[in-house]
Design a protein around this ligand. Structure first.
Ligand code: SF4
Ligand code: ZN
Length: 259
């Protein structure tokens, strides 16, 4: 995933997955001749939650001596997520997800990165597969595959995507890097929460369930290879980002929010 000459932007939320990812990559760094790491943090502006995780991210980057850049929603979109979501709290995660993906790409571009690394773990990935199945969204299962599936010309990599949440938690405890942090107040609205609890039950009763889901995803990708027609890539009329229509997902969302 990482080659000589790469400058890897690590999306560091300050939570456990991104903390483990930065710790692991910084451990590997001395063995790489010509690779640089830079940590990037997105502050969405979620009161009572983000302050602590941003602080934890700053602290970790400082401790590891890694360059750290932070981008905030108000700086990028004019308002904090809390303000943007007023009256739309039930759509929190889909709105936050679209805006945060954009913020990460902007931060990675500003950092001059050649790769964007995120801390998604096996649980996250298996949950996404199941959620897309539950929504009947086959194209998204395929679109989400592998490195380079998002990010404006910056390949995205997920080095922990086959490591379970439990293994990551154990690693952090052993490294004395476990931090008890608050949970996002909007998480209770998310479909992901229910899928997560269902999958954890299944994994407990039938070990290997999450890996099997990932194998199913790979098989679906293989059998669909070449048969899914994706619309030709165009350029967003507002921001110039790649898009499948006149406007990219972010500009469409901002327009629908009256911004
Ligand atoms: Fe954003 Fe939802 Fe995650 Fe909170 S739980 S940070 S709203 S995606
Ligand atoms: Zn746009």
């Amino acid at each position: 995933m990482i080659v000589d000459g790469d400058r890897v932007a690590v999306a560091l939320s300050g939570g456990k997955d991104s903390t483990a990812l930065l710790l692991l990559l910084s451990l590997l760094l001395p063995a790489w001749q010509n690779v640089q790491l830079v940590a990037i943090t997105i502050d969405e502006g979620i009161a009572g939650y983000r302050e602590a995780t941003v602080q934890s991210a700053e602290h970790l980057a400082r401790r590891l001596g890694i360059e750290h850049n932070c981008i905030s929603f108000p700086g990028l979109f004019g308002d904090s997520l809390d303000v943007i979501l007023k009256g739309r709290e039930d759509q929190a995660c889909s709105i936050c997800g679209i805006l945060r993906r954009k913020a990460l790409v902007v931060a990675a571009q500003r950092a001059g990165a050649t790769k964007l690394a995120t801390g998604h773990n096996l649980d996250d990935e298996a949950q996404s597969v199941l959620m897309n199945v539950l929504r009947g969204d086959l194209p998204r299962i395929i679109r989400n595959s592998g490195a380079g599936s998002s990010g404006k010309f910056i390949p995205r990599i997920k080095p922990l995507s086959l490591i379970s949440e439990k293994e990551i938690a154990s690693y952090l405890i052993l490294k004395n890097a476990w931090n008890d942090l608050p949970e996002c107040p909007y998480a209770r609205y998310a479909l992901r929460r229910e899928v997560r609890s269902m999958l954890s039950d299944f994994e407990y009763k039938y070990p290997g369930t999450m890996l099997h889901l990932m194998e199913s995803k790979e098989k679906i990708e293989l059998s669909c290879a070449g048969s899914v027609v994706s619309s030709p890539l165009r350029t967003c009329l507002v921001c110039g980002d790649p898009s499948s229509g006149d406007l990219c997902q972010v500009c469409l969302l901002l327009k629908s929010l009256g911004r």
